[in-house]
Design a protein around this ligand. Structure first.
Ligand code: MLT
Length: 278
């Protein structure tokens, strides 16, 4: 197995991810939102890269269209009265269906804040079971959903953050594919929160399998993580992560504490591409 890293959503190239197991990380906060929502029973997240498209899509009723969504695999919550869903991804379970005329929740942020008239913002603490259970959530964020869309050529795509880090490592170990860790970054730049999570994942995998080959980028992320692994993660990010400081200065301190709680949402969200006939 080889492991590579892309440092931001803008850096990902289709050729880099084609045929690979891609692990998309946006610790602050899109990956943490997706893990929390799915852990609390949301049916799926549909990532978008344009606000206008997200709004249209959330209100779509009768139509036949292509879509892509992030779900927890082996989910058995689907019922017969739901319209048929034709799958174009060989991994999808044939029984998976889509609720007819379901009103989807519209979620996302601009500059960290909930977009006007959207149902939810990008704070994982909003994604309680009461709010998201059995809901489809159409989501757009500045970096995270772009990282997912830009990585869609992957053989397989999963979502990672500190909330599900051990589950993700176990999952990767079980696969036989080369891995590309895609950090969402912030505004197309390197972001320390994602880099440390990537380094933590790589360090865990290498500790279990010394044969793993690392690209320069993967080695650098592992080394970076190891240089601070015995320090308080919160203190490190407070000192060196601009997006952490931005969120803290804008009243999202509780989100920051929450997003650093390792293994509190042990799910492995997977990305699928479908054709839906409603
Ligand atoms: C993003 O995807 O850009 C981030 O999740 C931004 C945020 O923290 O809201």
């Amino acid at each position: 197995m080889t492991i590579d890293v892309a440092i931001s959503a803008a850096q990902v190239q289709p050729l880099q991810v084609r045929g690979k197991l891609v692990v998309v990380i946006d610790v602050l906060r899109a990956s943490s939102v997706i893990c929390t929502g799915l852990y609390h029973g949301a049916t799926e997240f549909i990532p978008m890269n344009k606000v206008s498209k997200a709004i249209r899509y959330a209100h779509l009723k009768h139509n036949t269209f292509k879509t892509e969504s992030v779900v927890v695999e082996n989910d058995t919550k689907y019922h017969n009265d739901w319209a048929n869903l034709l799958h174009i991804n060989k991994n999808i379970q044939p029984e998976r269906t889509y609720k007819k005329n379901e009103r989807r929740l519209l979620a996302g942020e601009q500059n960290g804040f909930k977009i006007n008239d959207f149902d939810l913002g990008n704070s994982p603490l909003e994604y309680t079971a009461e709010v998201v259970k059995d809901k489809t959530i159409v989501i757009i964020t500045t970096n995270g959903t772009h990282a997912i869309k830009n990585s869609a050529a992957a053989h397989e795509l999963i979502i990672a953050c500190f909330l599900n880090i051990d589950k993700v490592c176990e999952y990767i170990q079980e696969q036989e594919h080369d891995v590309v860790v895609v950090c969402a970054g912030t505004l197309d730049q390197f972001s320390l929160d994602d880099a440390l999570c990537a380094g933590n994942i790589i360090a865990n995998l290498v500790a279990k399998d010394k044969e793993i080959e690392l690209t320069d980028a993967a080695f650098a992320h592992k080394t970076l993580y190891e240089s601070v692994e015995n320090k308080d993660l919160k203190a490190v990010l407070k000192e060196g992560c601009q997006h952490y400081t931005y969120l803290e200065n804008n009243g999202f301190s509780e989100d920051l504490d929450y997003c650093l709680r390792k293994n509190s949402c042990p799910v492995v969200p997977k990305f699928f591409r479908y054709i839906i006939a409603l």
